[in-house]
Write a protein that binds this ligand. Structure first.
Ligand SMILES: [Zn+2]
Length: 259
């Protein structure tokens, strides 16, 4: 939105009143305009399409590992995602150093991820982080922000022709296909930090040594120097991330040792 009129402020106020949710683990307030069940069924359909067009790995070792770690992460995330219908899939693509989770509990790890993942504890860092994005409703928040921005712009009577491409994308995101794309929008830096924090605690609660996170992210950085993997392009990494993880580590280690 280019400016805020009294009408748009009223619009914001109405939307915030109906759509405000609290992130379960951190207590932060977040805007969720999409009904959770609708987002989950959209994500489920999209996941089904992905499985149609992406080769699925039958590697017994990778599949056993992803299911073993996934089930333990799902168990500790269950209070935050009570309606999840969990599904864990390994996609066959050695060039993708990547993983993701979608609303409703659909989780995928690409075979390329195993260039960096060396143990169950490493995989718990990856899967804990991805599940944390979903548990904290980050996808819903991204879609909601775009819907809000698009709706506000329209209320202001701004024609799409006069908009820059970013604003036009916001309008697109509010409707039809746009809302579906929103399920997989890149996360903000703030969401990344929050997913790191929640994911680290999930891994620790699930019985994986959270200290594995430091080595894992260092190896991801080293991997980045070759060709930049997508996991890093949507997951800003670096020394800031490692510093923050080190700050959280005493709490995470206490969770791991006292569970
Ligand atoms: Zn992330």
């Amino acid at each position: 939105m280019k400016c805020a009129s009294p009408i748009s402020i009223l619009f914001l106020a109405v939307f915030f009143a109906v759509g405000c949710q609290t992130v379960p683990q951190t207590g932060r307030s977040a805007l969720h305009l999409m009904p959770a069940d609708q987002l989950a069924s959209m994500a489920s359909a999209q996941f089904g399409q992905l499985k149609q067009k992406t080769p699925i790995s039958r590697d017994p070792k990778y599949n056993a590992m992803v299911n073993r770690v996934g089930e333990r992460i799902a168990y500790v995330a269950a209070p935050d995602m009570p309606n999840a219908q969990w599904e864990f899939v390994v996609f066959e693509d050695d060039d993708q150093v990547n993983a993701f989770a979608m609303p409703g509990g659909k989780v995928a790890v690409y075979t390329g991820m195993f260039k960096v993942v060396q143990s169950d504890a490493d995989l718990a860092v990856v899967m804990g982080h991805e599940v944390a994005h979903v548990a904290a409703g980050h996808g819903n928040e991204r879609v909601s922000q775009q819907m809000l921005a698009a709706g506000g712009a329209m209320l202001l009577g701004v024609g799409t022709r006069d908009m820059d491409s970013r604003d036009r994308q916001l309008i697109m995101a509010a409707y039809g296909a746009g809302a579906t794309i929103g399920v997989m929008l890149p996360y903000s830096r703030y969401h990344e930090s929050e997913a790191d924090e929640i994911g680290l605690m999930y891994a620790a609660e699930a019985g994986y040594d959270p200290r594995a996170a430091i080595g894992f992210w260092e190896r991801m950085e080293a991997q980045k120097r070759g060709s930049p993997p997508e996991f890093l392009s949507t997951h800003p990494s670096g020394s800031t991330r490692i510093r923050k993880l080190n700050q959280l580590m005493p709490k995470a280690v206490a969770v791991y040792e006292n569970r």
